[in-house]
Design a protein. Structure first.
Lengths: 338, 338
DNA sequence: GGGCCCAGAGATAACGTTTTCCCACAGAGG
DNA sequence: CCTCTGTGGGAAAACGTTATCTCTGGGCCC
C-alpha cells in the first residue's frame, strides 16, 4: 500500500499534548455535567485539540454510545430529479446535525428491503427514512417493529410516523387552473394505485373536478416517461379526448407531451398540460410546462428532523404535513379553451 | 421512546446458545486459519448463528480492524440523470462486496470538501470516490495525501488513481456522425474548461473536425440547461451559424434545443444536434435526440473495484479506461444537410 | 487541630469485535 | 512414568470512546 498520511488523532494524542489524562480530555470536550476543571487546564486541552485537529472517532464513539450518527435513506429512483431535491434536503439537514446519510436506491424494486436489513442488523444506522413504501408493502410492516425508528417520507403509513405535503391541495390547484381556463373535459394521468402519494393526488383532482360539476377519467400508470406516453396515447384515442390534462409526475409529463406531439395534438392550442413536480427541466421543454411546485427539499429536511426527534426519544408528532403551500408556476403549456 | 425490537444479537448471544466461548464463535464464523474445531461443535455454532440471525456489529468490527467497510462518493450534481447511473453502479457493486456507500453532493461547489474532511477525520470511510474534482481544485491535492485512498471517477488527476471512459472517442463519434451527414459548419457546446472530462471531449471533437479539414467554434459553458441555452443563442447569432452541433451534456442539450426552437430554427431540418450522455430523457424530447451512450453504470462499478483494490493494498493499476466503446444512438435530431 | 468537603483530576469499565497467546487433556513414544 | 505433540478451545488484549467511580490535597468549620 502506498504510504499515506498518519492515522487518526485520538484522545491519547491530545492528552499527551496537553499533559493530562485522556479521560479528562473527553470530559472537557464533551462539556460533561460534572466538569470541575481549572480554566487554564481547559484552555490547554482545547488548544491541543485544535492544534492536532482532533475529531472523535465515529466508531469508537458509536460503540460506546450505541449510536452511529448515521441515517438510512431509501428512495425509489434517482432518475426522478425531484428525489434529488429530497436527498439534498435530507443530507444537508443531517449534516448540520452531525449526522451522515446512507442512500439506498430501490431502482428495480428489490434491493431496498435487504439493504435496509443489512444496515440495521449490522448496527450501522440509528434510524431510517423511507420514501419507497408501497401501500401493500410487507417490508413496511417489518420497518415498523424494527430496532430502529423509521419515518415515512411522502408516504403515509398506518401506524407509522409520516411527513408529507399538501398534495391534495396541489392537485386541486392544478385542476382549478384548468377549470379556470374554461376546460371541461379534463383527465388525470396518475401514478401507481398502490402508492399513497399518487392516490392523494387523484383524490384532490377528483374532488375539484366533481365540485365543478364534471367528471374526468383517471389513468394510472408507472411514474416514468413510458407510462406518461402510453397514458396520453390512450386518452387521445378516446371518442371525446380531454382538452386539459393533469400529469402526476415530471417524468410522466415528458412522455405525455411527447405523445401529444407525435399524435399531432398542439400544446397548448388543442391540449393544456399541467404537471405535478416542478423542475428546471419543465422550463426548457417545448412548450415550457406549467407545473405545481412542491417543497421537496423541505420535505427531506423535515423528515430528518422528525427522525432525529424520534431517535432522541420524542415520538410526539406522528403525522407532519408541511405548511408550505403548493405553488402553481404558469408557463406555456396551458391556455384558455378556444 | 416507543418500545422497539430487541437490541442487536452479539457474539455472546450466539456463544451462549451454542455453549461455547464467544471467541470460538468469532473464529469459526471467520474461518480463522488456525481453526481446530470439532465438526460437531462447528455445526452447533453455525446453527446458532443462523437461528439468531447473527450479523457482526459494524462498529465493533470496524474499531478492531480499523476498517469501516464504508466508501465515500462525491458527485457534482444529482440533477444530472447520468450521475444517478454512476451512483447506482457504485452502490450495487459496493453492496455485493459488503460495503456501504455514503453519498455527498457538491451541489453548489461548497459542501464536498468539508463533508469529505469530516468523513475522513471521524474515521467513517475506508476510501473515497471523487467525481467532482476540477482541474485546479486545491481539495484534490489534499485528497491525494489523505489517510484514506481516493479514486477519481470520470476525471484524470495527475498523481491520482483514475477511472475514465473513452471520451475522446465519443466526441469523435459524434463529430464523425455530423460530418458523415454532410455538415461542414460544426460547433461544440462544451463544459467548463477546468473540468478534465469536458476538456477531453473538446479534444476529440476538435481532432475529428480538423482531420476532416474544417474548423469549428467551441463554446464552454456550465453543465446545465441554462448554459446550453445561452451557448446556442450565441452560436445562432453568429454571421455563419453552425448546421451541426455537438453538445457535451444532456442538461445542456435540453437548453440548446429549447434555444434553437425559440429562435425559430428547425431541428433537424436547419440544425442537427448530437448530445453526449444518453438517457431516457433524450428519447422523449421533440425531436428525440441523437446521443452518444456511455457506460456510466459500469464506470461506477469499476471505480469501486479499483478503490477496493487500493484499500486491500493493491495500488497496481493507476489509470483505468473502460473498454466499452461509446455507442451512437441515432434518433431524429440529426439529418443530412439539405 | 481534626474531620469534612470540595475542587480537580486520574483510574476503571464497558461497548462488540478479532487476534494472539495460553491451557488442559489425550494419546503416543521413550 | 514422564515428556512430547496435537487437538480443541478458553483467556486476554486491543481498537477509541464515554460514564462512573475513586483518589489526593487543601481549605474550612467547629
Amino acid at each position: 500500500m502506498a504510504a499515506r498520511g498518519p492515522r487518526q488523532v485520538t484522545l491519547y494524542d491530545v492528552a499527551r499534548e496537553a499533559g493530562v489524562h485522556f479521560t479528562t480530555v473527553s470530559r472537557t470536550l464533551n462539556g460533561s455535567a460534572d466538569l470541575n476543571i481549572r480554566p487554564q487546564t481547559r484552555e490547554r486541552i482545547l488548544a491541543a485539540a485544535e492544534r492536532l485537529k482532533y475529531r472523535p472517532n465515529a466508531f469508537g464513539r458509536g460503540l460506546r454510545l450505541s449510536s452511529t450518527h448515521t441515517l438510512g435513506l431509501l428512495v425509489p429512483s434517482l432518475r426522478n430529479p425531484v428525489y434529488a431535491a429530497v436527498v439534498r434536503g435530507a443530507s444537508s439537514r443531517a449534516w448540520e446535525r452531525g449526522y451522515v446519510v446512507v442512500l439506498s436506491e430501490d431502482s428495480e424494486g428489490g434491493l431496498a428491503a435487504p439493504a435496509y436489513e443489512r444496515l440495521v442488523s449490522e448496527g450501522r444506522i440509528d434510524g431510517l427514512l423511507v420514501a419507497t413504501a408501497r401501500r401493500d408493502d410487507p417490508a413496511a410492516e417489518q420497518w415498523l417493529k424494527a430496532p430502529v425508528p423509521a419515518v415515512f417520507v411522502n408516504r403515509r403509513h398506518r401506524g407509522g410516523h409520516n411527513v408529507s405535503m399538501r398534495e391534495e391541495e396541489a392537485a386541486r390547484l392544478a385542476a382549478g387552473h384548468l377549470l379556470a381556463l374554461g376546460h371541461t373535459r379534463l383527465a388525470h394521468i396518475a401514478g401507481p394505485e398502490n402508492l399513497d402519494t399518487a392516490v392523494r393526488r387523484v383524490r384532490g383532482f377528483r374532488a375539484a373536478v366533481r365540485e365543478a360539476g364534471h367528471r374526468a377519467p383517471i389513468v394510472p400508470v408507472a411514474f416514468d416517461e413510458r407510462g406518461g406516453y402510453r397514458a396520453m396515447v390512450e386518452l387521445l384515442g378516446r371518442s371525446r379526448p380531454p382538452t386539459g390534462v393533469f400529469v402526476s409526475n415530471i417524468n410522466q409529463a415528458l412522455g405525455a407531451l411527447s405523445a401529444a406531439k407525435r399524435q399531432g395534438v398542439a400544446v397548448p392550442e388543442q391540449l393544456s398540460l399541467v404537471t405535478y413536480d416542478d423542475d428546471a427541466l419543465a422550463e426548457y421543454l417545448d412548450p415550457p410546462l406549467t407545473a405545481v411546485r412542491m417543497p421537496m427539499q423541505e420535505l427531506g429536511e423535515r423528515a430528518v428532523e422528525m427522525l432525529l426527534d424520534r431517535i432522541a426519544g420524542d415520538d410526539g408528532r406522528v403525522d407532519v404535513v408541511l405548511d408550505t403551500p403548493p405553488l402553481l408556476v404558469e408557463r406555456s403549456s396551458t391556455a384558455a379553451t378556444g
